[in-house]
Design a protein around this ligand. Structure first.
Ligand SMILES: [Zn+2]
Length: 120
C-alpha cells in the first residue's frame, strides 16, 4: 500500500505535467532507464531528476504531510534546498533557480542543454 505522501507526490507529479516544482525540468517516477534513453542522458545523470515529495514548509519547521504542503520536486532541487542553511522559502528558491537556469548552472551544463529545450 502506498503511503499518503506517495499518493500526494504522484498526484502532484501528474498535476505538474511531470515537471519539477522548482526548476521546471521533467522528472521520472519509477523508470530512470527509460528517462535516460528518452532524453539521451546517462543513467547517472538521470538520478537527479528522480521525482521526490517536497514539503513546502519543512517538517522541521512544523510543516505537515497534508496534501497542500506537498509538491513534486526533482531530487537535485529537493536536496539542494535542504542543504542550504537556512533553507530558503519555496519562492526564494524558485527565484534563485530561475536565475541560475538562465546561465545553465543549476543542472549540469551537459544535462541542462539536452533537457532545456523541453523545459517550460
Ligand atoms: Zn528541480
Amino acid at each position: 500500500m502506498p503511503t499518503k505522501i506517495v499518493q500526494y507526490r504522484h498526484q502532484a507529479f501528474l498535476q505538474q505535467a511531470h515537471r519539477c516544482y522548482y526548476c521546471g525540468f521533467l522528472m521520472w517516477e519509477s523508470d530512470p532507464e527509460a528517462f535516460a534513453n528518452t532524453h539521451g542522458i546517462s543513467l547517472a545523470q538521470a538520478q537527479r531528476f528522480k521525482c521526490t515529495a517536497e514539503h513546502l514548509v519543512a517538517r522541521s519547521d512544523g510543516g505537515t504531510d497534508a496534501k497542500a504542503n506537498i509538491v513534486a520536486a526533482c531530487l537535485h532541487c529537493n536536496q539542494t534546498r535542504h542543504r542550504m542553511k537556512p533553507a530558503p522559502t519555496p519562492d526564494a528558491l524558485r527565484q534563485l533557480i530561475f536565475k541560475q537556469l538562465r546561465n545553465q548552472s543549476w543542472h549540469r551544463r551537459a544535462v541542462a542543454g539536452k533537457l532545456s529545450s523541453e523545459a517550460g
